[in-house]
Ligand binder design. Structure first.
Ligand code: KG4
Ligand code: ZN
Length: 347
């Protein structure tokens, strides 16, 4: 039975999964999230991430094998993320994958994390691989804490980067604004929760960048500055002490979160709209990465396609496959036509 073990340690999740290439199904997907370890710093600390991966990787791989009800001897191929990501974190996964593959004589495959996210487009809630050729050409919007990009996908491993962020990633903007308002880390899920409490109103109407209106590239650092200065002008944030004042009420936090979410979803929709105009052949749009966990943004994109682009199919993986995971790495490996040798390196 051709089984692939996928390993992912590019950032702050130690993840492993088993994919059955015959049944075209993810049999198990396990992870340890380091969020609690980095929370106090308001962002990922590479040394802490790397140490935690070392502590957890064998436990997570073991759990993935157990939950798939298989032994390591049944695995044929080991796939591992080699780029992009934190060097010290990537090296843990790669070192582990190489050692196990060498000692047990298995195939080794290095996977680009971004390719993994693109492949996550095709996973349903039960881990089934939705392998319909009719999805192509597909537009993949990938948005997380580390990247925000648009790929035109013509087939598996035939994709072209047609837009990307020129500065901050969308998730990074959520996390940074969350930090400014001191709501906790990571900011994205908390911003969604707070915005829901005010029914996703858009009271602040933050600027939608006009400079990039005709481009498929994104920019979120200007939005972050606009939110910051809005808070400063309202007297709820002090630039000198770099902290919020006692005037920052829960209502202001909620309406800021909600307006921010509206702005980011409008930016996403405007880019999807432009990409569909430039590439009218696109049949499917997929939305992946940690930010794709956001139900409000998913709903906005789905509403836009239903109302204005009938016939364009939307694929959004379940949240467990949106954030970093080993399943997308195993799936990407199943479609790679070649193996790597033991000189495989990061980047
Ligand atoms: O894909 P991911 O797990 O890791 C990276 O590759 O970065 O994405 C994490 C990012 C964080 O920035 C987090 O704030 C954001 O995804 N995120 C969300 C939501 N859940 C996670 N952003 C908005 N709404 C959410 N519900
Ligand atoms: Zn990612």
């Amino acid at each position: 039975m051709p089984l692939i073990l996928g390993i992912e340690t590019s950032c702050d999740e130690t993840a492993a999964a088993v994919y059955n290439t015959e049944r075209r199904q993810i049999l198990s997907s396990e992870l340890f999230s380091q969020v609690k370890l980095h929370e106090v710093y308001g962002g990922v600390v590479p040394e802490i991430a790397s140490r935690s991966h070392v502590e957890k990787i064998d436990l997570i791989v073991d759990a993935a094998l157990k939950n798939a009800s298989i032994g390591l001897d049944e695995i044929e191929t080991i796939a591992v993320t080699t780029k992009p990501g934190l060097a010290s974190a990537l090296l843990v996964g790669l070192g582990f994958a190489k050692s196990v593959a060498w000692a047990t004589k298995k195939n080794l495959v290095g996977i680009d994390h971004n390719d993994g996210h693109i492949f996550s487009s095709f996973l349903d809630a039960d881990g089934n691989f939705l392998s319909e050729a009719s999805f192509f050409p597909l537009l993949c919007l990938s948005a997380s804490g580390g990247h925000t990009s648009l790929h035109l996908v013509k087939d598996f491993y035939q994709h072209e980067l047609i837009g990307h962020t020129l500065d901050d990633a969308a998730g990074e903007a959520f996390d940074k604004i969350g930090k400014i308002m001191d709501i906790g880390y990571p900011g994205g899920p908390l911003i969604e929760k707070l915005a829901r409490e005010v029914d996703f109103v858009d009271t602040r109407n933050y600027p939608r960048s006009k400079k990039l209106a005709k481009s498929l590239d994104f920019s979120f650092s200007g939005l972050k500055t606009a939110v910051l200065y809005d808070l400063v002008n309202r007297g709820v944030y002090d630039l000198k002490t770099e902290s919020s004042t006692e005037k920052l009420s829960p209502e202001i936090v909620k309406e800021t979160a909600s307006s921010l979410l509206n702005c980011v979803s409008d930016v996403f929709i405007s880019k999807i709209k432009l990409a569909l105009e430039i590439h009218p052949e696109i049949k499917t749009v997929s939305f992946v990465g940690g930010v794709a966990c956001n139900k409000f943004i998913r709903g906005k994109i789905s509403g836009f396609l239903e109302n204005q682009r009938k016939g364009v199919h939307l694929l959004v993986p379940p949240p467990k496959f949106c954030t970093d995971n080993g399943a997308m790495i195993a799936l990407a490996a199943a479609h790679k036509k070649s193996y790597d040798d033991f000189y495989l390196d990061i980047f």
